[in-house]
Write a protein that binds this ligand. Structure first.
Ligand code: C2E
Ligand code: CA
Ligand code: CA
Ligand code: CA
Length: 278
């Protein structure tokens, strides 16, 4: 008699079909959204520790999906990474951020740096860095006005491909921050092997402050960052208590809802205008 596939096999096949189907749906809806221009960037302030002066912004992508409201990047960025559409999405984000910088420059005569989030998968496409530099050139942006943030975890295993590209970006004035520091492994290796200018301490490190053990970890991490000549950014600062602790422990920059929520372009422009005319 013919062997029947066991229940585990049947389950496996069913879940494969479901995964494939979901992938196809994600791919189609992302493709439509890219075409329809449903993505926009919000801009979250970064401030200097101590003075709390505005230093620049982090660009955070949002999908205004008709019938779904605002979809979080935590949902569609991983999907775009799975389908390969992260390259197209990443290119769009570069276009939006460089256009925004050009607009602010035209209106205010100067600008503060904007950091875009880059998926390490984007470095797998050899065209990414040249296109990023071409976009900066095409918009005639001043050196240093565009920065990137890249997560630690995702860069692990890609170090050999990523490093020369980061070198090239740095030579062109595009600084890189190591994002979500403290959530991955081999942090020290990454720090020493990649040409980065700042480390961003993940919210999970900042949230428990000023609790004793968390403070000791943040203090030691800041000391490490300083010894490597890096800026150390506290992410996800939600209270004044956390802000004061992060400052006392050695963080050089602060970011989080307490200092400023991610803002629409218009509001970010107003903040920028106030800072530049001050
Ligand atoms: P991330 O780069 O670590 O960004 C910080 C996230 O924390 C953002 O969520 C931000 O809105 C949120 N946040 C900021 N301050 C606070 C705070 O005080 N409290 C809390 N609870 N949250 C805070 P968002 O915008 O949903 O982005 C989530 C992640 O999606 C980002 O984490 C980043 O990894 C990714 N992402 C966002 N925009 C882009 C993008 O343009 N390209 C790529 N490749 N990834 C992006
Ligand atoms: Ca980030
Ligand atoms: Ca982060
Ligand atoms: Ca994160």
């Amino acid at each position: 008699a013919k062997a029947e596939p066991g229940p585990s096999y049947a389950f496996f096949e069913a879940s494969m079909n479901q995964a494939a189907q979901e992938r196809m749906l994600a791919e189609q809806s992302l493709a439509k959204a890219l075409e329809a221009g449903e993505f926009e960037l919000l801009y979250q302030p970064k401030v200097r520790a101590g003075s709390r002066e505005l230093l620049g912004f982090e660009a955070l992508v949002r999908w205004q999906r008709p019938g779904h409201g605002q979809v979080s990047p935590a949902e569609f960025v991983p999907a775009a990474e799975r389908t390969g559409q992260i390259q197209a999405l990443g290119a769009l984000i570069v276009a939006l951020a460089t256009r925004q910088l050009r607009d602010w420059l035209d209106r205010f005569g100067e600008v503060l740096p904007v950091a875009i989030n880059v998926s390490p998968l984007q470095f797998e496409d050899a065209r990414f860095v040249p296109r990023l530099l071409a976009a900066i050139e095409a918009m005639d942006l001043p050196r240093g006005s565009l920065q990137i943030e890249m997560t630690e975890s995702a860069a692990i295993g890609h170090i050999e491909e990523v490093r020369p590209q980061l070198e090239r970006l740095r030579q062109a004035g595009v600084l890189c921050a190591l994002d979500d520091f403290g959530t991955g492994q081999s942090s020290l290796t990454m720090l020493r092997q990649l040409p980065i200018y700042s480390m961003k301490l993940d919210r999970s490190m900042i949230a428990p402050l000023p609790q004793h053990e968390a403070s000791a970890v943040v203090r030691a991490t800041c000391a490490l960052g300083h010894s490597l000549g890096l800026e150390v950014v506290a992410e996800g600062v939600e209270t004044e208590e956390q802000a004061l602790a992060a400052e006392a422990l050695g963080c050089t920059q602060l970011q989080g809802y307490h200092l400023g929520r991610p803002l629409q372009s218009t509001q970010a422009g107003e903040l920028l205008a106030g800072r530049l005319s001050a």
